[in-house]
Design a protein around this ligand. Structure first.
Ligand SMILES: *[C@@H]1O[C@H](CO)[C@@H](O)[C@H](O)[C@H]1NC(C)=O
Ligand SMILES: *[C@@H]1O[C@H](CO)[C@@H](O)[C@H](O)[C@H]1NC(C)=O
Ligand SMILES: *[C@@H]1O[C@H](CO)[C@@H](O)[C@H](O)[C@H]1NC(C)=O
Ligand SMILES: *[C@@H]1O[C@H](CO)[C@@H](O)[C@H](O)[C@H]1NC(C)=O
Ligand SMILES: *[C@@H]1O[C@H](CO)[C@@H](O)[C@H](O)[C@H]1NC(C)=O
Ligand SMILES: *[C@@H]1O[C@H](CO)[C@@H](O)[C@H](O)[C@H]1NC(C)=O
Ligand SMILES: *[C@@H]1O[C@H](CO)[C@@H](O)[C@H](O)[C@H]1NC(C)=O
Ligand SMILES: *[C@@H]1O[C@H](CO)[C@@H](O)[C@H](O)[C@H]1NC(C)=O
Length: 457
């Protein structure tokens, strides 16, 4: 233990030393600090660099003092042709069984061809996956078992940091043209991971969903870029299922399906600074398919720009389901030519034959839309198609201004919902099932307090 500490301190000093050396050589080229003596220039630069690094780079402490496990040193070629799966497996096995913090690393400027692989935990110490190069899915169908569910699957790993500015490419075009009846693999899945951080990565051209968080807890996702063609089927950007306490921030997503989809069992989900489009927008659901029970609560989308998407912010449920989708806030959102900017659809039916009328439904309640503006590609900027037997409850519209892209007025369709209006709300429901703000102001204020408490903002 003591010797490990020495090694840690030593590596810290070495890293600091190299920082200062780089500062020393740079200080001669920087003319901004001319008034300083060379030594104080070096000193300032050195401290600044060290501080910047410490505070800007998530997972700093773990990566600085960690042992590296580079896939190259386990035989990976990185030429985009040779199958590097075995090298990845070996490197993972070693990194995961390291007793000190470890870095599983994938080098920059190289392409690693990889077939379905599991990164399984628990690992013995904290782990960083430093993905700086490109990980490319094999296009050989024979490499995928029949009904293979996952290409890259990280399972049961706690305190994991994944970062590095690299690219994860599902090479999905061979799958896109196949019928949706064929089971396709998910590109990158995190299953049962606690305290997970995902930062600065590109995930593209997934076979199906790009990034899935399934039964994870305490997840931070930031600066992620997700891209696939607009017509690639079922290529959701980020999919959240049975996951609690997840924050997705400052990410750019454009695919052929939902930018973010949040489904059953998810709680305390926050998305902020999201750029979305093309795609199907930010969705809660679908929930309650095949008469199932579903629960989603405490979702807040705060700060988003959606461009050219088919939906903006959407809640979709099937008839016949049960459970609740509650305490949901969509705020500070700008829509640009979005077909259905605000939509609740409790008659969602994504199948060939029409869905039969059913008695039960997932109960939707306490949904607030605040400060949402921009343009709608269709006339119906607001659609609330709520269940007849379980009308939507506690829906609040505050500071909404949506107009039609080609300058016409937009309208709102409101079935089985009582809407509370606060401030400017354009468009409003024409139906008479409407409550004015004075009568419901109190419940709105109450809701606002509740949502503040939930997200500690
Ligand atoms: C992402 O990581 C790369 C490589 O470490 C770095 O050069 C780049 O500045 C990072 N980008 C962001 C947005 O943090
Ligand atoms: C897809 O996977 C499901 C569940 O694993 C299975 O029941 C179904 O038969 C598979 N479909 C095809 C076309 O293989
Ligand atoms: C939805 O999640 C709950 C737990 O949150 C679970 O009991 C239920 O079985 C799930 N429903 C489906 C269809 O997976
Ligand atoms: C949610 O819905 C179920 C039935 O669909 C109900 O029994 C339960 O009490 C509800 N839970 C909450 C927290 O509202
Ligand atoms: C949603 O908020 C209400 C208060 O308006 C609270 O009573 C309820 O427990 C919350 N629901 C969930 C599932 O957290
Ligand atoms: C309203 O939302 C926009 C983003 O669409 C944001 O720029 C603006 O600051 C928000 N206004 C308030 C008062 O928060
Ligand atoms: C708006 O979107 C529609 C399709 O949804 C498209 O036909 C139209 O060209 C778009 N308009 C602009 C100005 O981008
Ligand atoms: C609503 O938005 C339109 C288009 O941006 C703008 O012309 C109009 O003044 C806005 N209305 C209000 C009440 O802010």
């Amino acid at each position: 233990m003591a010797s490990q500490k020495h090694i840690s301190r030593l590596s810290f000093v070495i890293v600091l030393f190299f920082y200062c050396v780089s500062c020393y050589s740079f200080s001669y080229h920087e003319d901004v600090h001319d008034y300083m003596s060379p030594l104080s220039r070096v000193y300032t630069c050195c401290i600044r660099k060290a501080l910047l690094y410490m505070f800007q780079d998530p997972g700093f402490s773990s990566s600085l003092l960690a042992l590296p496990f580079d896939v190259d040193s386990f035989g990976a070629k990185g030429d985009g042709k040779k199958d590097d799966t075995n090298a990845f497996k070996k490197a993972w096995k070693e990194a995961c069984s390291s007793t000190t913090a470890a870095i599983f690393s994938v080098a920059k400027n190289k392409k690693y061809l990889v077939t379905p692989i599991r990164f399984e935990g628990p690992c013995r110490a904290s782990l960083t996956m430093q993905i700086s190069g490109t990980i490319l899915a094999s296009k050989q169908e024979s490499k995928y078992k029949k009904n293979e569910k996952n290409w890259l699957r990280v399972e049961g790993v706690d305190n994991l940091v994944v970062k590095g500015g690299g690219v994860i490419d599902g090479n999905g075009d061979i799958w896109w043209s196949k019928s949706c009846k064929v089971n396709k693999t998910l590109a990158l899945t995190f299953y049962k991971c606690k305290s997970l951080m995902l930062n600065n990565l590109t995930v593209q051209n997934a076979q199906k969903i790009h990034v899935t968080f399934d039964r994870c807890e305490n997840v931070q996702v930031s600066k992620i870029q997700v891209t696939a063609l607009e017509n690639s089927p079922n290529t959701d950007g980020i999919h959240v299922t049975h996951t609690q306490n997840i924050r997705i921030s400052d990410s750019v997503i454009g695919t052929g399906d939902d930018c973010i989809s949040i489904v059953n069992g998810s709680k305390n989900v926050q998305a902020t600074g999201i750029t979305c489009g093309p795609g199907h927008g930010i969705s809660i659901g679908s929930l309650g398919s095949k008469n199932s029970e579903a629960h989603v609560s405490n979702v807040k989308v705060d700060g988003a720009e959606l461009t050219g998407t088919t939906n903006g912010v959407r809640i979709k449920t099937w008839q016949g389901g049960s459970g609740n989708a509650s305490n949901i806030t969509f705020q500070n959102i700008n829509m640009k030519n979005v077909t259905n900017p605000i939509i609740i659809d409790q008659y969602y039916c994504d199948q060939a034959k029409p869905c039969k009328e059913q008695k039960s439904a997932v109960q939707i309640k306490y949904v607030t839309y605040e400060n949402i503006s921009g343009t709608s590609a269709s006339k119906d900027a607001v659609i609330f198609k709520c269940s007849k037997n379980y009308p939507c409850e506690g829906v609040v519209l505050k500071g909404i201004n949506l107009t039609q892209e080609d300058d016409g007025d937009a309208k709102a369709i409101c079935n089985n919902v009582k809407v509370t209006y606060v401030g400017t709300v354009i468009p409003r429901c024409s139906e008479n099932l409407v409550q004015e703000q004075s009568t419901l102001m109190i419940s709105y204020l109450y809701l606002e307090k509740v949502s503040r408490n939930y997200f500690n903002t």
